[in-house]
Design a protein around this ligand. Structure first.
Ligand SMILES: [Zn+2]
Length: 492
């Protein structure tokens, strides 16, 4: 077997691992890099291998940092099958379309603002403080949009071509990639449809097995628990939280309740919750509903502002096999507006979304994207981040270089879509919502496999998490633990 790691090596985005085995070239994931716009755009354009040479893709789950470059792969000539669960395929259909649409909208928005700025800049001078129009959020100074090209990586037509290549499989069902390789997927308890991957290669010397964790989940109130990992000769594991322990979920619910309490006490302003539209959004609604079931006092208005949310409802209902039944019933109750004390609504159009900009509140807005890199949440941030009446609850992992990470790190001045804003909003980080296992969860899943694993590769983790975790795993009995840093070839 030969392995090359083309992304998520020393970071958490851009998962893309190339495997040559049994005469086939197989890609595990084909994800998007996330981070500063110009730099990540250039990284995303470069695949690092010939798309036409890939025979098949095995996709562990739908998160965009794992699936987001599939349309680019197809655009560049990939003709094979994309293997995943049916739920992952359905989510990718919604999410990749959403990703194409957001890329196009952001490109249009940035180009339009640059044009307005150029015309106004000539009128008021380069240092003028101005407000572009009633329709634009208040910002400070002149943008740094420059003369850069803002082009989407792919379009909806590429997404349509990509969806035709999906081949769905049930968990536990073996499928073949050529005569020498077979694969099966197992429940990973991370998001709807998420899996870990077991792969067997028939070689002259016997059968060799590779196991890939995908994103390793944890017991969550909504999803089924992960199925225990099996050993392979080669093991590839994520380590997002390789050196951190999550606070218990109960604490996190209390933190969210405290944020709601602050909002109600102020009686105005916004509690903004940037969240991935499928998975985290449902989890947040679930917790809010349970808070309001026992809480006295007035009802709370919650607006879910994400174009994906409507489709998410359909997808969730289509895949009861992935859920805890009781939790599913509660989610459906919230999403259908049947909850008495929590008035949840979903925006549909851009105008619905814009109407929220000038709203005085109190209101909770849940909006994507989770790392605040694209999508409608950027517009909400632009309108509200400089107001002390805003609180931003960060409920998901924020990769290095993303706007979300800057807020977590306490930066007081940030850049949104090319403009500077002062951060006057209260920023609250709630790590307990994570859909990733923490250090203890990963140790518990991996340690029993140590005697049978020849080589363990750690990916999908920043080095401050990965390097201490590698040491801990060596101490726990793993003979060889590697932390790939680039796309070199590993023969294993
Ligand atoms: Zn994930």
């Amino acid at each position: 077997m030969e392995l090359e790691f083309h992304g998520a090596s020393g970071e958490t985005t851009g998962s893309c691992h190339l495997l040559r085995a049994g005469g086939k070239t197989i890609l595990l994931e084909c994800g998007l890099f996330q981070g500063r716009r110009a730099k990540t755009y250039a990284r995303n354009l470069k695949l690092g291998f010939d798309a036409r040479a890939i025979d098949a893709v095995v996709l562990s789950h739908a998160h965009i940092d794992h699936s987001g470059r599939l349309p680019l792969l197809v655009q560049r000539g990939f003709k094979g099958a994309i293997h995943s669960t049916a739920a992952t395929r359905d989510l990718c259909d919604a999410m990749l379309s959403d990703s194409a649409m957001i890329q196009l909208r952001d490109a249009e928005y940035l180009s339009r603002r640059r044009l307005i700025e150029r015309v106004r800049g000539q009128r008021v001078g380069p240092a003028g403080h101005w407000r572009p129009s009633e329709d634009e959020p208040p910002s400070r100074g002149v943008s740094n949009l420059g003369a850069r090209e803002f082009a989407p990586l792919y379009l909806e037509e590429d997404v349509r071509a990509t969806m035709k290549r999906f081949k769905p499989h049930a968990c536990g069902e073996w499928f073949a990639i050529g005569p020498q390789v077979r694969v099966r997927l197992h429940d990973a308890g991370h998001i709807l449809g998420s899996t870990w991957v077991e792969l067997e290669v028939r070689e002259r010397s016997g059968v060799r097995r590779l196991v890939f964790t995908g994103d390793w989940g944890r017991a969550q109130p909504i999803l089924r628990d992960p199925e225990p990992l099996r050993a392979g000769d080669v093991l590839i594991s994520e380590c997002t939280y390789g050196d951190r322990r999550h606070p218990p979920l109960d604490n996190t619910e209390a933190e969210l309740e405290a944020a709601v309490e602050r909002l109600m006490k102020r009686g105005r302003g916004k509690l903004l919750i940037p969240a991935f539209a499928v998975g985290r959004t449902q989890h947040v609604l679930y917790v809010l509903e349970s808070i309001f079931e026992r809480r006295r006092g007035p009802a709370l208005r919650v607006v879910v502002d994400s174009p994906l949310a409507k489709r998410a409802t359909e997808i969730v209902s289509k895949h009861p096999e992935c859920f805890d039944r009781e939790a599913l019933a509660r989610i459906q109750r919230v999403q259908s507006g049947a909850s008495k004390r929590l008035h949840v609504s979903f925006t549909e159009t851009v105008d619905d979304s814009k109407a929220l900009n000038r709203e005085s509140g109190p209101v909770v807005i849940v909006s994507a994207s989770g790392m605040m890199e694209s999508g409608r949440v950027l517009h909400h941030l632009a309108w509200s981040i400089s107001s002390p009446d805003t609180e931003i609850a960060i409920v998901g992992y924020q990769a290095r270089g993303t706007l979300g990470r800057k807020l977590v790190d306490g930066e007081k001045e940030i850049n949104i879509l090319g403009f500077r804003y002062d951060v006057r909003a209260r920023i609250t980080t709630m790590n307990g919502f994570s859909a990733h296992a923490d250090r203890d969860g990963l140790m518990e899943a991996l340690t029993p496999l140590a005697p049978q694993v020849e080589t363990l590769f750690l990916i999908h983790g920043e080095n401050d998490q990965r390097l201490p975790f590698a040491r801990a795993l060596r101490d726990a009995g793993f003979a060889r633990v590697e932390c790939p840093r680039d796309a070199r070839v590993w023969r294993v």
